[in-house]
Unconditional design. Sequence first.
Length: 288
Amino acid sequence: MSKLWKLKSWLSLDEGANMISTVLGEPVEIKDLYRFALDGHLNLSVNFVNLTPFKKVTVIKAEDVQYKTITCKLGNPSKTLETRVPLAEHRISKSHWVKSSSKECIKVKGIYELAMIGAERREIEQLIYPELDLSIPIFSGCYIKDNENIYQLQSLYKPESTSAQIAYDEDPSNSKPRRLPHTTSACSLGDYECDLVLRTSEVTRFIQALQDEPSSSKQDDKPLGARERNTLLTLIGALCNQLDINPTTRGVTTSIQAMTELVGAPLSDDSIRNILSQVPTALEKRQK
């Protein structure tokens, strides 16, 4: 395993898959990374090479959207009709809405995580199944995040109609108008110069999460019973006797600690002393 990868802030998907495969000892392909991301186990990021327009948005879950009831009268004789209007800008999917968005558009570049709540999620699915024609809803938009903030990608365009917004230069002597570019929600990452990547810290977190995963066996989680503990202590006593090791001898814990280090499973001096102190009592019980 290369030590230089720790110096990188991000890895390509190839590098990330190879790193995970090497550490875990199991083959991992890029398609596996896509699936892990869709299932919420791994956070994919995107590296924007050039300045890219974003708008900061506030996203809420569908169940948190509030509605306002509007009443109107239609027809003759008039009939009262009621309709519920959501107090949010627009729906992203069945599970998320954009509650509000910033009026200002900012341009930034660099690495941001995919929020996986809009069209970007469908694009990842398309990468897994390129043979399928998965429609990407335009209204959803693409979303990225940075810490606690969520942004919606924007596409810039210059309006051509005479009704478009017009601005003048600050110099009053210059009367030539200039048309300001407008923005619209982007529905595809393919509209930008960008690459899917993995933050190095995210790869480390993912690997550690799998390595620290508890065993599925319930038997391993049970504490040792008194009989099983005495049996193991008797076995340790027999091995010590065979190796001519006296558990009560001063300084023996240091020697045994060195043995555990040689096999790559070091134990602390206190742990070893605690175990050895129980060996004589266990032998006495077994010998009676």
